[in-house]
Design a protein around this ligand. Sequence first.
Ligand code: AHR
Ligand code: AHR
Length: 484
Amino acid sequence: LLPCDIYANGGTACVAAHSTTRALFANYNGALYQVKRASDSQTKDIGLQAKGGYAKASDQDAFCAGTTCIISVIYDQTSNHNDLTVEPKGGNGGADSGVPADALPVTAGGVKVYGASFSGVMGYRNVATTGVARNGSPEAMYMVTSGTHFNGSCCFDYGNAETSITDTGNGHMDAINFGTECWFSPCSGSGPWVQADLENGLFESGAGPSQDSANTGNTEPYVTAMLKNDGQKTFVLKYGNAQSGALSTSYSGSLPTTTGYMPMHQEGSIVLGTGGDNSNGSIGSFFEGVMTAGVPSDTVDNAVQANIVSVGYGGPTSVAGVLSQDSTISLNATTPCCTTRYISQQSGSTAQSGTVVTAVISSTSAASADQDSTWIVRAGLADSTCYSFESRDYPGEFMRHFNFHVYRQPMDGTQQFRQDATFCAETGKDGQGTSFHSYNYPTRYLRHYNNTLYVSSDGGPNDFDSANLWTYDVSWLITTPWAP
Ligand code: AHR
Ligand code: AHR
């Protein structure tokens, strides 16, 4: 039995079921999602390998080969057809983008599938649903998300929201939320937490702040986040490791007593990836989620969690300190002079020939500086066991060396470019982080010298080959990206 079969047997049927990875009914054999490719704007539905099974990611790979795709629709697997399409502008955010279709390759059921990886300004919505709770009706929902990909911006939500995509007041939302935004202090630990977005507040309890000091956050790569709300008086929050074990209940009790939440005023729109009013600064990962009519029993919740665990979600996600293919990272210098510096594309240069430098980046840096110091990890263009670093600002442009200086330039398809843009990882030469040797000049490593990037040897003919501080200069900490 799959999650929606379990909910149906418990008398609390799914009214919406969304996943890019798998069927949520044993009998489902339709499309999971639709991708749209950049080259010709054509779309294709991505379905299952078998009825009740896992996504046929190879169809996406074939359709999107040589171009890029976004996920344009996430289909509802229930007969309600509450499909999610890219969210238009709302009260607090402009129109969103669809997520890149290949940004989150993972394994589920032992096969390669894609999760949905949200950077900022990405979201989905359905404002005209069937069967979803309205005006104080009971409902529940869960999503499988990631504790390695989150931020503190409003609001990585999945669930019930406003049909107008504006904030229409307390109790007009009932969505599961995941992130480090602590709306009501104190929150325990540093998160990310499973919270309830009930509108105008991310609630860890009826009184707002967490009452569960043991719940310091869920940093597992796959997290089950669950919300149950009777619509009248009470709600429940549960969380769990989606790869193993049982759910924990972080709150079970009264709805907020502040005006508007008791009873609830849900409007029945479905949101994914943003706040109810399309506040869209949040990032996160989504693998599957459902909404029910009625409040399921704990027995049902436990059976659903057991089924999620049985999927065996695994494989790469965006993890700080690990080079996961298609993850977004920043690279932090380890030389004592320069630990506030990150590998960055020099601003002010032309788009086609940006010099790669190190720049001091902090939480107060301009957004453009954050973006300049953010890179997307790709399989090495000349050797897939090594890496290439794609510019986050200039898709299709990569870090490459030329005359041993490092630039960000457009991939021109030549073998020369592929080799110049391929770097192979090894343990950091100073014992910290990671060092990267050049694929075609393997004794040369990515190095900063006078705050400029080179491929440098440990002693050699050029000033930037200086042996002084070489082991530090070629060692880099892989960090969470400055720009999502
Ligand atoms: O409740 C938190 C957020 O506040 C909602 O998601 C959004 O609509 C409002 O800005
Ligand atoms: O950076 C060293 C070499 O300089 C590159 O391989 C080549 O593109 C250029 O001649």
